[in-house]
Design a protein around this ligand. Structure first.
Ligand SMILES: NC(=O)c1ccc[n+]([C@@H]2O[C@H](COP(=O)([O-])OP(=O)(O)OC[C@H]3O[C@@H](n4cnc5c(N)ncnc54)[C@H](OP(=O)(O)O)[C@@H]3O)[C@@H](O)[C@H]2O)c1
Length: 295
């Protein structure tokens, strides 16, 4: 297949590109910079230059592809509402280019929060919360009624020894504050997956996926924030402390909401549906050998 990949230069997208090319697919990757274009060419992909907000570039690339994988996102949390709107428009544009065909669209989304103590499964809806303006999943699934063969990749914390989703920001915060913190008893959990297992699942979903499916890219159902904070503390050689819910906003800033919530998720149905068997190292194992902790 000829696959158009947005975010092809990113943490997840670049490993998806490698996985697709290794499996014999052709990749057309979106790049917004010359460096990004060069890295895609070196990886064996073709390049579509353009910005996520350049809807004409997205439309024309998607219309030449047999499938589209959307992993681009502008991670600027200072204008989150605005970047979520750019994401929504990009998803609708990609969908419109594929409407009425059997060409699949995979859209990346987060594992949203659930009621406290409930493990998210593929068939449950995320809670709506005004602090979570991201609507990638909703925008994607709405495309089904327009004849788009769309499915959603719900992502937990995706890790390797260099990066680990929101935990990368927790590490930077711990380094800045001189303590590694969790909220309350720290027993709230985040699900996780290794980067290469994640890339393999995108390929499987592309090749074998079902329209309308919500896949959980989840290897570990939930790792406690306390275990995460303790690993960061070991890595940075700094104290590990608990912050009360009242102290959390001052300590964590924009991360306070995420640091406080329970986001466990099961990938059991996804593993069964797609024959996916994650084999990568655990989150704590990757954090414990994170090379960036040594710098
Ligand atoms: N990593 C995780 O643990 C995790 C967890 C939950 C959800 N997700 C979601 O998974 C997706 C991929 O995440 P990631 O970790 O791979 O993110 P990332 O490393 O930040 O990569 C983002 C990608 O989007 C591209 N991009 C950013 N702004 C752009 C713009 N204005 N125009 C065009 N492209 C632009 C980046 O291009 P440049 O290379 O030029 O910057 C890069 O290719 C995102 O939707 C993310 O929110 C990730």
């Amino acid at each position: 297949m000829r696959v158009f990949v947005t975010g092809a230069t990113g943490f997840i997208g670049s490993s998806v590109v490698q996985e697709l090319i290794a499996a014999g697919h052709q990749v057309l990757g979106l790049a917004r910079s010359e460096d990004g274009a060069q890295s895609l060419t070196a990886a064996g992909a073709q390049v579509q230059r353009g910005d996520l907000a350049d809807l004409q570039a997205l439309r024309s690339a998607a219309s030449t592809a047999d499938a589209v994988i959307h992993t681009a996102f502008i991670h600027d949390f200072s204008k989150f509402q605005e970047v979520c709107e750019i994401d929504r428009q990009a998803i609708e544009t990609l969908g419109a280019a594929l409407a009425g065909s059997s060409r699949p669209l995979l859209v990346s989304a987060g594992i949203g929060p659930r009621a406290q103590g409930r493990v998210a499964t593929e068939d449950t809806d995320p809670l709506t919360d005004a602090r979570m303006p991201r609507v990638s999943e909703q925008a994607a699934l709405a495309l089904q009624s327009k004849g788009v063969r769309v499915s959603v990749m719900r992502l937990p914390q995706v890790h390797d020894p260099l990066k680990a989703g929101l935990i990368t920001y927790l590490i930077a915060l711990a380094r800045e504050k001189g303590v590694s913190a969790y909220v309350g008893d720290g027993l709230n959990r985040w699900a996780a997956v290794h980067r290469l297992d994640c890339a393999r699942l995108y390929k499987l979903a592309l090749e074998k996926g079902t329209a309308g499916a919500r896949y959980h890219v989840v290897a570990e159902e939930g790792v406690s924030l306390r275990d995460i904070a303790e690993s960061i503390g070991r890595g940075l050689n700094i104290p590990v402390v608990s912050k009360s819910p009242e102290e959390a906003p001052a300590h964590f800033g924009w991360l306070a909401f995420f640091a406080s919530i329970d986001m466990p998720a099961s990938g059991a149905l996804t593993q069964k549906w797609l024959g996916w068997h994650p084999t990568g190292p655990s989150l704590i194992s990757d954090l414990d050998q994170a090379r960036y902790l040594e710098t």
